[in-house]
Design a protein. Sequence first.
Lengths: 197, 197, 197, 197
Amino acid sequence: MTRSLRADAARNRSMLLAAAAEEFASRGMSASVADIARRAGVGKGTVFRHFPTKDDLLAAIVLDRIESLAALARKLYLADDAGQALFDFLDEAAGRQQQLDFSFLRDSGDINDQLRDAREGLYVAIIALVERAQAVGAVRTDVTGLDVILMMCVPAHVVSFVPGAAPDLWRRYLAMVIDGLRPEGAHPLGPPSPAAV
Amino acid sequence: MTRSLRADAARNRSMLLAAAAEEFASRGMSASVADIARRAGVGKGTVFRHFPTKDDLLAAIVLDRIESLAALARKLYLADDAGQALFDFLDEAAGRQQQLDFSFLRDSGDINDQLRDAREGLYVAIIALVERAQAVGAVRTDVTGLDVILMMCVPAHVVSFVPGAAPDLWRRYLAMVIDGLRPEGAHPLGPPSPAAV
Amino acid sequence: MTRSLRADAARNRSMLLAAAAEEFASRGMSASVADIARRAGVGKGTVFRHFPTKDDLLAAIVLDRIESLAALARKLYLADDAGQALFDFLDEAAGRQQQLDFSFLRDSGDINDQLRDAREGLYVAIIALVERAQAVGAVRTDVTGLDVILMMCVPAHVVSFVPGAAPDLWRRYLAMVIDGLRPEGAHPLGPPSPAAV
Amino acid sequence: MTRSLRADAARNRSMLLAAAAEEFASRGMSASVADIARRAGVGKGTVFRHFPTKDDLLAAIVLDRIESLAALARKLYLADDAGQALFDFLDEAAGRQQQLDFSFLRDSGDINDQLRDAREGLYVAIIALVERAQAVGAVRTDVTGLDVILMMCVPAHVVSFVPGAAPDLWRRYLAMVIDGLRPEGAHPLGPPSPAAV
DNA sequence: AATGAATGAGTGTTCATTCAT
DNA sequence: AATGAATGAACACTCATTCAT
């Protein structure tokens, strides 16, 4: 009874999340709530019923992605080949960010606690992955987990400049990024890694 | 008489460009014309006298930067060490983008002809630099000039995620990018380079 | 079966009236239907099942009060001391309006027929009380029943300006109003009483 | 040069104030900025150019009235007949509030400092007037300045319930209020005067 | 009969752009 | 040529009302 109504609401919620992800991806934080509602095929009021503010809508999307990425990182931490584990993680992360990269974390005014915690958890998991890959010599030792986190966003960003890019073009730039993280042919990096992101 | 007026106007124009560059750099495309005018110390109307729309103001800034970067590329093309020439170019380009990266070109709706031509000129000059660097073995041969152009924006982008970053932090990520462009330790890149940007 | 449903419905209706009276009293006409429903512990839809519009809900409350006040006026008309009867009525009326004064009648767009009739009945009863009090010399003869009706709202209104007022402060201003209605020390009133309210 | 432009702006500002006073008077704080703008014959943006928020617009109106009323009170304090001075003041105050009474001070969320100071000044001036009137026996001694301030708003409020009231009807109710303030026929007031308003 | 999800008109406010001075 | 006042289309968000369940 409540079941079927919930089903409708849940459907709207997920259409909203999908529509918002696309709008945010193409217009950034300045995507308008009206456009998101239109794309999701619902009224403007429905957006606000599900997410009290535009920022909350963005946060919901980002939280989703961060948590699923963190889960992946934790799973890959258990893989046999530490180097491959990190590269697989980067592959998946770069691929997902095709649609919505972390830039929004920066654009969106202030970050809420839940989001901050989730992000922290993701960072911890990635750093562990990186350190394990360094231990087996797969990654140069002068980069930090934070550096890898930052470079992970590069493929999506770079591809965003290429109109009509092939859907897998991001792999090309991920390959370049990864080659820059390898020990072979590494040159000194200059300034030290930042303290936090 | 027109003389002195022109001088005033020119002065206003360049103060406007400087003010706008700073505002755009810190607030992105959503910097307001009113703020730009205030920072430049002129009235809002004066902004529109010089640049018919906000987009035109942005385009003027970008055009400026593109042309000066293209000039630099052409000058470095004449340098003895082809590899160093490219790296020097990237160093300068990445450093300048600290303040205003090309992202705006993407954000700003449509690009005008003058801008398109200038960009084309810059691309040609960079591609020449890259090919010369490849000829002497300083850069892997499976990257194209277009790839380098795209990767050139990476340091500014990456650093933008780091609050309170050291002013030279971008050099760290440029070093990583460059290491990824070197022949040593290069792995296959997968998808081909895009046809155009 | 209909029986028990009716009981439920009646219960909801009166909880709704009580909740709405409190909300309207503290927030005026801009109290929200959602808040009223929440305070009554029912769904928003239920509010509209009982009262087609927010205005109707307000009208129902006011109708209630008007009718009970009219009943009181009629009862007091039978009292021995005509002067005391009127003052007792004003005391009770002013006290009740502590919670919801007639202002809402003015704010709420148009008045419905039932409400108009009830108000008319109240006015008739009050006018009778006043005339009887004048007949025994308790009230100056240059005021009309309508004047008294209007002045009756004064204590609640005045007290509404005093933050943290003592709960019986309205009596102070009712006393002043009544002193103004007495024959002793009466001065000419100037303009004639209005034809209707 | 700036002169003539200012003239236009000043004209708009005062039309805005007038329009807002009328809208606020008839619809209370829920008068809409759009309606005010329409009534003033200007665009919505113009309202915000002159008054940063709706509350500021209201505050400007109220401040104006408060200050001019305070000036009047101070002037009348110098009059020979202390009783007449107070009654003259009440006459003027009640007449002005025909259009916009102090209710707005209550409705408007928070009061700004300038407004609070002005109100304080007005209160001080009125209290002085009252005490002087009491000293010559024109006003009963058991009322305070604060009481008078509160009762001063009565005529405007009462008349607001009379549709199509004669323009001077407020004088009738002011006369009743004043008769209630006289020493003749005064009865005990019951609860003490409030500490502050 | 009751619920609360959905809707969309309306609100206060911002801002690029126009235009009278 | 320069100013800033005026404008109105957008925007995020609220809320009375409707309706599927």
